[in-house]
Write a protein that binds this ligand. Sequence first.
Ligand SMILES: CC(C)(COP(=O)(O)OP(=O)(O)OC[C@H]1O[C@@H](n2cnc3c(N)ncnc32)[C@H](O)[C@@H]1OP(=O)(O)O)[C@@H](O)C(=O)NCCC(=O)NCCS
Length: 159
Amino acid sequence: MDIREANQSDIPRISDIYQACFPRERDHRVWVEATFNAAPRCIYYVIEQDGAPAGYILWCVKNGFRKNTIAELEQIGVHPDHTRKGLARKLIDTSFAKFKKHISDRGYAVGAIFVTTSEGHFAEDLYISTLEVSRSAVISDYGNGNEVILYRKMLPRDE
Ligand SMILES: CC(C)(COP(=O)(O)OP(=O)(O)OC[C@H]1O[C@@H](n2cnc3c(N)ncnc32)[C@H](O)[C@@H]1OP(=O)(O)O)[C@@H](O)C(=O)NCCC(=O)NCCS
């Protein structure tokens, strides 16, 4: 299970996985291309199975580059052909370490983690167990239901 930062040539495969995971959304390739181009603010990482990406994760800086930034796990998708094999858990663990290094290489630190999911989605437990986040708020009627905001403060506020 190789986990690495995505490159330009991964865009079609990430778009396919995104489409398979989030079929209600539209223009998947356009969204992935635009987001890929948001580096160094946002970085995609992929997890490979048999030499090809089977899943991806998207980490972004939420509140501008600053001494202690907020890192958002913005999206994660594992292709339905590869789910329930522990890929997402591994991807979250490893990519978060890589994203923290990406931020520290720019002279900043990750001071907090932010991630949201639909209320009732099993991903809430996954995020709690991997990132040690906890429920901070629930937004009612967000998209197709309520959205849970999970958060963990890791470093004190920067002055
Ligand atoms: C969410 C997703 C990334 C999980 O990927 P995955 O590789 O199958 O996850 P893992 O195999 O690492 O499993 C992680 C945990 O979730 C649980 N899980 C996975 N799929 C599940 C399902 N369909 N129902 C209930 N629990 C599930 C596993 O049991 C595991 O828990 P455990 O380690 O305590 O046993 C994948 O299902 C997906 O891409 N779904 C569509 C997109 C999506 O919903 N993204 C998250 C939205 S916030």
